[in-house]
Design a binder for this molecule. Structure first.
Ligand SMILES: [Zn+2]
Ligand SMILES: [Zn+2]
Length: 297
């Protein structure tokens, strides 16, 4: 049994930018890839569960489809209708800021998966066939764990004020054995800090250069559970950008000041933390070299 959460960015600016770059058919290609992937996951086993979330600045109801709760079994029409409605309503918004906050949707997804897996372990009826069925020496069928993972389809790099909360989410996901896979369709090859999410939780991070590659990436790299992927050669995260983004300017910094109260990263020393407003007094700050002396010499 496997529970998959699919998180799709529902920002009209991001979808519009992709359509400008790759042509008018882009939106249809992405929607078809998402629907095909959802159906492929549900088709693998009758006990597989699917949750589809949308994240964006103006998305209030983030869970748009749940196979356990929805009465409509036709995932294609539900997901496409919801995404289309969200994009249409967002396109009428005057706010043209790129990017979408992913933290709330990711936390929502993790909570749902944790709750569902606890319910499922109480009464498991797994009809899936595959390598796990033969490897029963490690775990008894009665104590088999429910596989939980999240797949994120992002269209803009995630950098900004969410850094601290997202890192907490990634580490809690790793502790709960939730694997996070990421497909980034943005120009940024690292997807902001989403590459770190995949690296911390043991998932895959793939950059899709064009919308036509999305379905191929989802089907070949993200359809199977993390436990099955040992059979295949693993995608290497050759250079994961582990820089933190500062809370003041939302840019990536190699070194900075960390608030001891809220652990926010600040690129320069400030006596009052800009996030939690804690006041600091540092008596032995390194002195700057005097400019007068260097100018005279
Ligand atoms: Zn800064
Ligand atoms: Zn602070």
């Amino acid at each position: 049994m496997s529970t998959l959460s699919l998180l799709v960015e529902a920002s009209s600016c991001s979808w519009g930018k992709l359509a400008c770059q790759h042509g008018d058919r882009t939106i249809g290609i992405i929607l078809r890839a998402i629907v095909s992937f959802c159906n492929a996951h549900l088709g693998q086993s009758a006990s597989n569960q699917l949750l589809v979330f949308a994240f964006g600045r103006n998305v209030e109801k983030k869970l748009i489809y749940s196979s356990a709760r929805s009465e409509d079994r036709n995932v294609s029409s539900v997901v496409v209708d919801h995404l289309r409605d969200l994009l249409q309503s967002d396109s009428g918004n005057s706010d043209a800021t790129m990017g979408a906050p992913i933290g709330p949707a990711l936390a929502h997804a993790f909570c749902h998966m944790k709750k569902d897996s606890q319910l499922a372990t109480a009464d498991i009826c797994d009809d899936s066939l595959g390598p796990a069925a033969s490897n029963t020496d490690k775990s008894d069928s009665s104590t088999e764990k429910v596989s939980t993972r999240a797949v994120v389809i992002s269209m803009t790099p995630i950098i900004g004020s969410e850094h601290g909360s997202l890192m907490n989410l990634f580490f809690s996901a790793a502790k709960q054995s939730i694997c996070v896979d990421v497909v980034s369709m943005s120009d940024d090859l690292t997807g902001g800090i989403l590459q770190q999410a995949a690296d911390i939780t043991g998932g895959s991070f793939v950059h899709a250069e064009k919308p036509q590659a999305l379905l191929k990436i989802l089907m070949t790299n993200m359809l199977t559970d993390a436990s099955y992927r040992k059979t295949f050669s693993k995608l290497s995260h050759c250079s994961v950008d582990y820089r933190a983004s500062c809370a003041c300017h939302h840019t990536l910094v190699s070194s900075g000041w960390v608030c001891s109260i809220c652990l926010s990263v600040l690129c320069q020393y400030t006596p009052i933390c800009k996030v939690c407003k804690a006041a600091f007094t540092i008596t032995n700050l390194p002195k700057k070299p005097s400019r007068k002396r260097t100018l005279r010499s």
